[in-house]
Design a protein around this ligand. Sequence first.
Ligand code: NAI
Ligand code: NA
Length: 393
Amino acid sequence: MIIEPKIIKSVCLTAHPEGCEKEVEHQIQYVKNMGALKMPKRILVVGCSTGFGLASRITAAFGGGAETLGVSFEKGPSVKRTASPGWYNNRAFDQFSAKDGLKSYTIDGDAFSDSVKTQAIDWIRENWGQVDLLVYSLASPVRVDPETGETYRSVLKPIGKSYTAQSVDFMNQTVSEVTIGPADEEEIAPTVKVMGGEDWKRWISQFQSAGILAEGFRTVSYSYIGPKVTYPVYREGTIGKAKENLENSASELNNMLKDLHGQAFVSVNKALVTRASSVIPVVPLYMALLFKIMKEKGIHEGCIEQIYRLFQDRLIPGKDVPVDEKGRIRIDDLEMREDVQKAVSDLWDQVTTENVSDLSDIDGFREDYLKLHGFSVDGIDYDKEVDLTAYLN
Ligand code: NAI
Ligand code: NA
């Protein structure tokens, strides 16, 4: 069958297997070209299939020479429907790893559940004995609390009052004002429950009880801050409360890990097009402007460039990790540079539907979004029939 992007409300429902595989290969090639990194050798990535998590796993394996265990929650293929992009990415990752003699294993299941944590513990015991690094890179709208069975849903809303700002539809490239009503009190806590640090801590404490954390074990999770214009919907909104909670969890984890001389970090990353970030109101327009400016200045990065730099410059084994006054790693340093932010904020005041393709890199945004699903990838013939049954086993 011919596979085309099918996008409804900024969500793409299809994925191209060969395009996804090619994109994984491009990231691997980037890391190989950049050169070998000093990294620990037994690495678990929770949220391994796309975005920052996939970039972390690729950097670990093909930069650090690490064996990797990955966890993600994917939709597999059927005879008539394509799988989720992460499913194809995982498959490609495991195949490329095997080709280079790098052991890898991927668990497909709900990372919030205790049964997946137990599966990971069993695999680690059997294959490694212990684990050196856990990268926690989940982005999810829903979590079932394993203790109560209750389902929690996260929302992306401002707190206190409604927020009006311009937003872009990146597929038809129209800019329009949107108003997002404030979250109810009953929506804040569930967002923290889903996207805060509770599950991250649960992974580490179950691993600790199982005795599988190596001496000097480290863990890192990802956060975002961004500019003032998006504060109401991001940093000061419901998701910001969850990120604050995640950041505070790092200090609790540091206490837990003391005896092992272990450490927990939160890395604040740059805004990038991923499946998670493209559904946040207002943020895509900011990103399109940001990319324009960062590309002009020659300092634009994607997920793989960001994460390679994280492990090359910041999270180096045996070295003190440079952090900000709140203990966070900052690889959003280039995004937050004063000249960059000033230029973006000047454009922010001028952008309309008529000029959005000149003032912003909305084409680049759209391109990146398509690539996440294996579309618009160089070297793929999209007119060619794809045999979906070849992916069924
Ligand atoms: P993404 O959507 O590309 O990746 C999310 C990953 O989580 C996927 O591997 C998905 O399979 C997995 N996942 C979701 N629910 C799961 C579940 N129940 N069980 C197992 N796996 C599950 O998202 P992205 O953007 O890479 O996000 C990762 C982290 O990076 C998040 O904490 C996000 O807030 C953070 N971040 C993202 C930024 C961005 O601009 N995209 C900027 C800074 C931080
Ligand atoms: Na990820």
